[in-house]
Design a binder for this molecule. Structure first.
Ligand code: UGA
Length: 436
């Protein structure tokens, strides 16, 4: 089969590489020539564990091009994996999906299957099919299959090769058979449904996980005032298999390119159909507050950050990614800067991208020690292994005032109790072994 994947971001590139790993020849299409050239050299434009190795291993089966028209001409199946970013009103921006759809309509030379992997609002698959079939130049038609993606950044390759389900939303049995041929070698259970349900499965899954996080964060906030410990509470809840122990880590809220946008998009869609999704709305509101929770906690110690040395460990929205989209650090940083803090930050992977946003306003460090040196306060925004495994005596050794505000509960309370410092985390008791 001649497979083409449009878009080489997290979804598109990982899909293409995993399809190649399972034996297919795949052409990757992107409008960004720089990215294409990079991939031709065997380099991945995104930081994702195992991806470059698989690109290298399957280099004979992978082709990269900006010439989309040519690629679509003889494709049997075209995957659309382009971004669907958030519009100002919270709805999903489908511009890039339509750009690809237009190109497909103008170029296909035979009837073609088009698979939408991008997260798109319910009803989009049908609309795109109608759009392409109304605009083909030579009478050929497409059939659209909804095949949403459930990979997480940082574990994208594993999540794709060993997915827990492959959701296929299609109108005809023939389309399902073609998709089963594509995924034949994956050996993963299928969920076969109509296109609207497939589209809804994606949003409902992401929004449920976002809700679960906001729920545990609210419980954590309450734990702090009633003397309960969120780690114990989450453990006690998670052992109930109806609840499950995943996504019960309290912290400074969810970020990334998916949960924030997908909660807003579904809430928007609900309102469009005159049905307010109140639970989703609550998840969004709780998350907005949670992202700046550490700043609120810090005000107890310093009314203003003016003139203070502020250390920041971790910038990415979660560990093992250089992605900064909707990272809580980006909500906190402007507040600290506006106050006039002197910020030293360290994130071995994400700081290169941070520099593009704050090239001069922040001092970037190369070690924990440098970051902590003379700091009046330290914020932890990401639970990287380098933070979780660090020697906690460094806080006392290097900081002027060892006040640590941990947004990701990286350290055990009893461990921190042994140090002469102030340590506040989320949903757990504060350690105050230092007078301020
Ligand atoms: C998420 C979903 O997990 C994937 O299944 C989905 O395919 C993807 O969105 C997508 O739609 O493309 P991702 O955004 O990469 O994946 O990251 P997650 O690991 O889900 O984390 C999202 C955010 O939630 C992070 O900021 C993380 O720190 C936060 N989180 C996660 C918590 O605060 N607590 C938890 O217990 C789990």
């Amino acid at each position: 089969m001649n497979l083409v994947v449009a878009g080489t971001g997290y979804v598109g590139l990982v899909t293409a590489v995993c399809l190649a790993e399972k034996g297919h020849k795949v052409t990757c299409v992107d409008v960004d020539e720089k990215k294409i050239n990079l991939m031709r050299e065997g380099k991945s434009p995104i930081y994702e564990e195992g991806l470059e190795e698989l690109m290298h291993k399957n280099k004979e089966k992978l082709h990269y091009t900006t010439e989309s028209g040519k690629a679509y001409q003889n494709a049997d199946v075209i995957f659309i994996g382009v971004g669907t970013p958030e519009k100002k009103d919270g709805s999903a921006n489908l511009k890039y999906v339509y750009d690809v759809a237009k190109e497909i309509a103008q170029n296909i030379q035979k009837d073609t299957y088009v698979v939408i992997k991008s997260t798109v609002p319910i009803g989009t698959n049908k609309k795109i099919e109608k759009y392409i079939n109304a605009n083909t130049t030579n009478g050929h038609t497409v059939e659209i299959i909804s095949n949403p993606e459930f990979l997480s950044q940082g574990t994208a390759v594993r999540d794709t090769l060993h997915a827990q389900r492959i959701v296929l939303g299609a109108n005809t049995e023939k389309a399902i058979q073609v998709m089963k041929q594509v995924y034949d070698q994956f050996g993963i259970e299928y969920v076969i449904t109509n296109r609207e349900s497939a589209e809804m499965i994606k949003y409902a899954s992401n929004d449920f996980l976002a809700l679960k996080i906001s729920y545990i964060n609210e419980i954590a906030n309450l734990c702090e005032v009633v003397g309960a410990d969120i780690t114990d509470v989450a453990k006690g809840m998670g052992l109930d298999s109806r609840i499950g122990n995943k996504f019960l880590n309290a912290g400074i809220g969810y970020g990334g390119s998916c949960f924030p946008k997908d909660t807003k998009a579904l809430h928007w869609l609900g309102n469009y159909y005159d049905y307010e999704l109140k639970t989703v709305k609550a998840a969004i509101e709780v998350n907005e507050n949670q992202k700046i929770k550490l700043i609120k906690k810090a005000r107890k110690y310093y009314e203003t950050f003016e003139g203070l040395n502020v250390a920041v460990l971790g910038l990415a929205f979660k560990p093992n990614t250089d992605d900064l989209r909707e990272a809580p650090s980006l909500d906190c940083m402007p507040i600290l800067l506006e106050d006039g803090a002197h910020i030293k930050a360290y994130d071995p992977v994400a700081q290169a991208n941070y520099k593009k946003i704050y090239p001069t306003e922040i001092e970037y460090c190369n070690s924990i020690e440098d970051t902590l040196k003379d700091a009046d306060i330290c914020f932890i925004f990401t639970e990287w292994d380098f933070v979780k495994n660090m020697d906690t005596s460094l806080f006392v050794k290097y900081m002027k005032k060892p006040i640590i505000l941990d947004g990701r509960n990286c350290f055990a309370i009893d461990k921190m109790e042994k140090e002469k410092l102030i340590y506040e985390s989320i949903g757990r008791k504060a350690v105050t072994n230092l007078s301020c």
